[in-house]
Design a protein around this ligand. Structure first.
Ligand code: TZD
Ligand code: CA
Length: 526
């Protein structure tokens, strides 16, 4: 007799889903029993950190990744992290243990009441199978739903008595199923797009996270060069989809309606690829587009396509469509783009380091293929101006702006990419939301570098208070934190630095080591 447990592990193995991220409770133990030797379980000490770890891993591999949470309480702790995963199209298969079927109705301790509703609207699909024999099909469906089309998190709640039940006949058909979307835009759509782009007098391109996620940065470059067009990173960028050193690159777009409109002034056609139109942040009312500008977007996500307030959208596979477009568009006779000048090196000054100085040092010392994970909220613009990022998969940021992403995600990304070094740059406010992932880095020997920008305050909120004219707001400072002590407490080596030389030396030491390290940098507020 094949059990539901055996059938599900066969599905997971055949689908390549063999790394679990979790935090267990009694409801989950029957699922985790007799854990197979060819699977690995990465323990996180808080569910926010667990989903952050898995989010980083899944984004860096592009593959469905299994998360196992404890019932309602564990799911609840993970909701902020799920908001980020939802917005970054991260293929997470989030499973949660449920009380035994006989005791869900009486709402016994640890029952997940109305389980499938709990994670909505932050999942593509959510399910608690109606009987044990449906669990393998639901798991198979969860994996394919998470990893296909516009990817994204899904949720599956399984009562713990299901695992030992007999699987239904025919369950073996599920293990190696494939579900693919043939998403290339048709020849006539490509031709029409190419024609419009070639016919534009002054086109521009805005690239978003799904260009990087679909490994299409090279095709974005090819298209930009053929049309000699300036390229911006879409606002509030969670990834870097274009080499920041390329002459066409113009930097990170601002996140206000009026600012974006001002920036696009003079462009008759704007092509947006792999991004929502747009992920605005601060409210700056104005025209969505300047007069005379048309907008076309190519997205993998119907939701993104339909909620845009302007422009035409095509839902298609980003990589295949960008490649076909780059092939179809003839080379323009316009002069090639001239690179924007890089900012001068930030000067050495006494006292805490200016953020610009910190990023100059990181850019100077880090390997060219370093992977950056950013959650230093008030220095994001400075970071985009000063770090050179040229490879696919070089930058990650919380896609919903939910803090607690960077620290665990940096660990998950490093686990997925052992041949590159992950350098996370995290504010002294943000670092507290996912701090438990330090323990995971230490215990599993994952050599992430954590740079904590210690300016003593919620800098971004101080800036926002100015924008919103909100004076005398309480709760904006975070003095009295010792991240070196916290790091050591979780088993990670640490150094406090207060000068350029000390930062350079500490970063060199961290890069030479095969262990995680935290560097707490005294910085001045921006
Ligand atoms: N809680 C969560 C989960 N996400 C959030 N985005 C916030 C609160 C609000 N928030 C921001 O949006 S930025 C910020 C907070 C608290 C300040 C972060 O401070 P920091 O970085 O020290 O990490 P800066 O550079 O000093 O702003
Ligand atoms: Ca801060």
């Amino acid at each position: 007799m094949k059990t539901i447990h055996q059938a599900c592990y066969e599905i997971l193995r055949a689908q390549g889903v063999t790394t679990f991220f979790g935090n267990p409770g009694s409801n989950e133990l029957p699922f985790l029993r007799d854990f197979p030797g060819d699977f690995r379980y990465i323990l996180g000490l808080h569910e926010g950190a667990v989903v952050g770890l898995a989010d980083g891993f899944a984004q860096a591999t592009g593959r469905p990744t299994l998360v196992n949470l404890h019932s309602a309480a564990g799911t609840g702790n993970a909701m902020g992290a799920l908001a980020n995963a939802w917005n970054s199209h991260t293929p997470l298969v989030v499973t949660a243990g449920q009380q035994v079927r006989a005791m869900v109705g009486v709402e016994a301790l640890l029952a997940n009441v109305d389980a499938a509703t709990l994670p909505r609207p932050l999942v593509k699909w959510s399910c608690e199978p109606s009987c044990a024999q449906e669990v393998p099909l639901a798991l198979s469906r969860a994996i394919h739903t998470a990893g296909t089309g516009a990817k994204g998190p899904v949720y599956l709640s399984v009562p713990y008595d299901d695992w030992k039940e007999a699987a239904a006949p025919g369950v073996e058909h599920l293990a190696d199923r494939r579900v693919d979307v043939a998403g290339l835009a048709s020849g006539s759509v490509i031709e029409s797009l190419a024609c419009q782009l070639h016919g534009a007098a002054n086109p521009a391109m805005v690239v978003g996270p799904d260009v990087d996620a679909s490994e299409a940065n090279g095709f974005a470059v090819a298209l930009a060069e053929k049309l000699a067009m300036p390229v911006w990173m879409a606002p509030s960028a969670p990834r870097c989809s274009f080499p920041t050193t390329h002459p066409c690159f113009r930097g990170l777009m601002p996140a206000g309606i009026a600012s974006i409109s001002r920036l696009l002034e003079g462009h008759d056609l704007v092509l947006v690829v792999g991004a929502p139109v747009f992920r605005y942040h601060q409210y700056e009312p104005g025209q969505f587009l300047p007069k005379g500008t048309r907008l076309l977007s190519i997205t993998c996500d119907l939701n993104e396509a339909t909620r845009a307030p302007m422009g035409d959208a095509i839902v298609a596979d980003i990589r295949a469509t960008l490649k076909a477009l780059a092939d179809a568009v003839p080379q323009t006779t316009r002069a090639p783009c001239a690179a924007v000048r890089r900012p001068d090196s930030a000067p050495e000054e006494a006292g805490p380091l200016a953020p610009a100085r910190v990023f100059d040092i990181i850019d100077d010392v880090a390997p060219r293929d370093a992977i950056y994970v950013n959650e230093s909220t008030s220095t994001t613009d400075v970071m985009w101006q000063r770090l050179r990022m040229t490879e696919q998969g070089s930058y990650y940021f919380a896609a919903a702006g939910g803090l607690g992403f960077a620290l665990p995600a940096a660990v998950g990304i490093q686990l997925a990419k052992p041949r590159r070094r992950v350098i996370s740059v995290i504010g002294d406010g943000s670092a507290n939301y996912g701090i438990q992932a330090l323990w995971t880095a230490a215990q599993y020997n994952i050599p992430t570098i954590f740079i904590i920008m210690k300016n003593g305050t919620y800098g971004a909120l101080r800036w926002f208070a100015g924008v919103l004219e909100a004076e005398n707001v309480p709760g904006l400072d975070v003095p009295g934190l010792d991240f070196c002590a916290l790091a050591r407490g979780y088993g990670v080596g640490a150094a406090n630095v207060a000068s350029s030389d000390a930062l350079t030396a500490a970063l060199r030491r961290a890069l030479a080591s095969d262990k995680p390290m935290l560097i707490e940098v005294e910085t001045r507020p921006t």
